[in-house]
Design a protein around this ligand. Structure first.
Ligand SMILES: *Cc1c(COP(=O)(O)O)cnc(C)c1O
Length: 486
């Protein structure tokens, strides 16, 4: 099934516009500016609207259906966020405006800094980084600056669990550290013995995602943090999974020294397709002087007649700027709105329902799909998309078949430590009915795998394009494959 293009729908003489009668004498168009070869399609307005509306609906979206992409926190994005982000005072502010004229924007940023400190249990927050990965780079650069400031220049090793997101080793290597992988033990925790064997005076730190990408809270977290600190290292928290903890536990209280928040995940900004994002970084007291700036500060306290005056400061030993101007301001407005609408109790419910939903789904699927780390999960869980009695079926086949049932596939082939991984994160915003329908589809697919494996191998059957060469599609992207006159 191929969509007809607007050119194929074209009918000679059909027209979608009408100009008012000219009130000036007609004059010929200047020569050379009009392309005779343009060959525009001829369509009515309603044809054009229907065509493009239909094309837009071919995109799967969180507003269109369930999106259980693990590690991505594809929760519903409340529409009120979009309203506030579009308020003219925010949307039309220019980053070079004099500071007195953007006091409202700065007030919002200041309060968001304060709220993120409170939520994460940190002494300072910088809103600069523009994504989780950039927050990671910022965080490891802060760790590097901290050790250097103490003349502690031998520390060049950064430990990373083998369940880590690919951005962790990438940013660590970019910051000049040696990446040391840590194995995961049989219960899905960091292997404490291997960790201890690396705890010496060359240890710069550990980068930890908690709950980790298996959706498990590290049962030895306090011992892990203590071992790293005892050796003189610092602990970086990858905060991408904060959705499981928000309002319940604070990473700063657990001993994490520096962490990024993925505002677009935990605090709801549409982020399918790669952005925009925002990755503020929170730090404990001993790291606040290294934060990237500018930070928003109250420079004159409020009086009875006047609100406070906000200004911008650079911390004394700052690692510098990591982003032009003030970070991704539109995402900051959305996160501010989201936090403000929910309040402390609402945020806590986010984590509680996210964990409940994940465990509900897990309990329905367990037994029919194998669960390599069999524990109560946090906000997501990882199944194996393979069965011994139908070896020809892979996670990819299951993912593609789910599309025929109207669902976006879960994350597959990540984390790398689970073979044929299917990583499922339902989020807190889904109803029991949706979770049941999704579980039913996966259970049906498990039956089909035995009864009619070819239907999985050939899936998806219902989409305009079938299985793509995903590597070629990414490397050799052709966005316009039809030209007029073809
Ligand atoms: C999403 C994610 C990141 C990277 O965040 P981006 O905002 O996509 O750069 C890092 N770690 C984990 C565990 C993630 O899920």
């Amino acid at each position: 099934m191929t969509e007809p293009t607007v050119f194929e729908m074209s009918s000679p003489g059909r027209c979608g516009f009408k100009f008012p009668a000219p009130d000036v004498p007609a004059a010929p168009l200047p020569q050379g500016f009009v392309r005779q070869s343009l060959n525009l399609p001829e369509l009515s307005e309603v044809d054009v609207i229907r065509h493009f509306t239909h094309l837009s609906q071919l995109n799967y979206s969180i507003d269109g259906g369930f999106y259980p992409l693990g590690s991505c926190t594809m929760k519903y994005n409340p529409k009120v966020n979009e309203e506030t982000a579009r308020l003219p005072g925010f949307a039309h502010a220019h980053p070079l405006q004099p500071i007195e004229t953007v006091q409202g924007c700065l007030a919002l940023m200041f309060e968001l800094q304060e709220w993120l400190k409170e939520i994460g249990g940190f002494a300072g927050v910088s809103l600069q980084p523009s994504a989780g990965a950039q927050g990671e780079l910022t965080g490891v650069l802060i760790i590097r600056a901290y050790h250097r400031s103490r003349g502690d220049t031998r520390r060049n090793k950064m430990l990373l669990p083998d369940s880590a997101h690919g951005t962790n080793p990438a940013t660590t290597a970019m910051a000049g550290f040696e990446v040391i992988p840590l194995p995961t033990d049989a219960r899905g925790n960091v292997d404490l013995q291997v960790l201890l064997s690396h705890c010496d005076d060359t240890l710069a730190g550990l980068m930890l995602t908690n709950p980790n990408t298996l959706g498990l809270f590290d049962e030895n977290l306090l011992e892990v943090v203590e071992a790293v600190h005892k050796a003189g290292g610092l602990v970086y928290g990858d905060g991408a999974n904060l959705n499981a903890l928000v309002g319940v536990a604070r990473p700063g209280d657990l001993g994490i020294d520096v962490m990024h928040y993925n505002l677009h995940k935990t605090f709801s900004t549409p982020h399918g397709g790669g952005g925009p994002g925002s990755g503020p970084v929170g730090v404990a007291e001993h790291l606040v002087d290294f934060l990237p700036g500018p930070l928003v500060k109250i420079v004159e306290e409020a009086t009875e007649e006047m609100p406070p005056l906000y200004g911008l400061v650079m911390p004394p030993y700052t690692i510098g700027r990591v982003k032009s101007f003030y970070g991704q301001f539109g995402v900051l407005v959305r996160a501010y709105t989201y936090i403000n609408m929910l309040g402390p109790d609402g945020l806590r419910k986010v984590a509680e329902y996210a964990v409940l939903n994940a465990n509900y789904l897990l309990s329905k699927l367990k037994g029919k799909y194998s669960l390599p780390y069999d524990r109560v999960c946090m906000h997501e869980f990882v199944l194996e998309g393979k069965w011994d009695d139908c070896p020809e079926i892979h996670a990819l086949d299951i993912a593609k078949r789910l599309m025929d049932y109207g669902f976006h596939p879960p994350t597959n082939y990540f984390p790398l430590i689970v073979h044929e991984a299917l990583m499922i994160e339902p989020t807190e915003t889904e109803s029991k009915q949706t979770l049941d329908a999704f579980a039913d589809a996966l259970l049906k697919i498990a039956e089909e795998a035995r009864a009619n494996p070819q239907v999985l191998k050939d899936a998806p059957h219902s989409t305009p394009v079938r299985r793509l060469d995903e590597v070629k599609a990414a490397r050799d992207l052709v966005l316009c494959c039809w030209t007029p006159g073809q």
